[in-house]
Write a protein that binds this ligand. Structure first.
Ligand SMILES: [Zn+2]
Length: 190
């Protein structure tokens, strides 16, 4: 849905995996464990942005799709993830960022082809990501990771009540690293 908002329904249809849209549409609005097919299709859709639009524009569109997608995640899963509980809302700022990151990682592990291990130190929250299907992460496709970057940018904005944080992928499996690593600076930019 985030991707549709960014590139428009027609262009979404023209991406290379027409069958996936129906699978996605059928599954939308449910929180059941998605079929493997759906997970595979989500991966392919993310990677196909880069194949279709080129590396730099594809990654930019993936970031924007991730950002646009966060509100849909919030709508579907905020309760389940505990993000609207009073206890959560009363947490100090940094704890809320960490707890939100952990909750989203759990969601990623359930619904996407990326396996995320969230981690942190004093300054940063880190997402270590493995890609579970061989087709999901070709040698040159990192748009699947950029989708996560966009989603985390928007999530941190929401979790902090309107602050902007630096979120970037600092190493990627597409450039020969064993894992992808996304870093979120805990200190806001503004
Ligand atoms: Zn990556």
């Amino acid at each position: 849905m985030g991707m549709e908002e960014v590139i428009g329904p027609d262009r979404l249809l023209s991406l290379q995996f027409p069958g996936s849209l129906q699978v996605l549409a059928d599954h939308a609005g449910t929180s059941d464990q998605p079929p493997d097919l759906l997970i595979e299709h989500l991966c392919q859709l993310q990677s196909s942005l880069e194949k279709t639009y080129g590396q730099i524009p594809g990654r930019g569109l993936a970031v924007r799709s991730g950002r646009a997608g966060f509100k849909h995640i919030l709508r579907e899963f905020a309760d389940e993830l505990g993000l609207v509980r009073l206890e959560f809302r009363l947490m100090p700022g940094t704890c809320r960022l960490e707890a939100g990151s952990n909750a989203l990682a759990k969601l990623f592990n359930q619904f996407t082809c990326q396996h995320v291990v969230p981690n942190q130190d004093d300054q940063d929250i880190l997402w270590l990501m493995d890609h579970l299907t061989s087709g999901a992460h070709g040698q040159t496709e990192s748009s699947a990771c950029q989708f996560a970057v966009g989603l985390l940018q928007e999530a941190m904005y929401w979790l902090s009540g309107g602050k902007t944080f630096q979120v970037e992928e600092i190493q990627c499996a597409s450039t020969g690293h064993a894992q992808c690593k996304v870093r979120i600076r805990k200190k806001p930019i503004q």
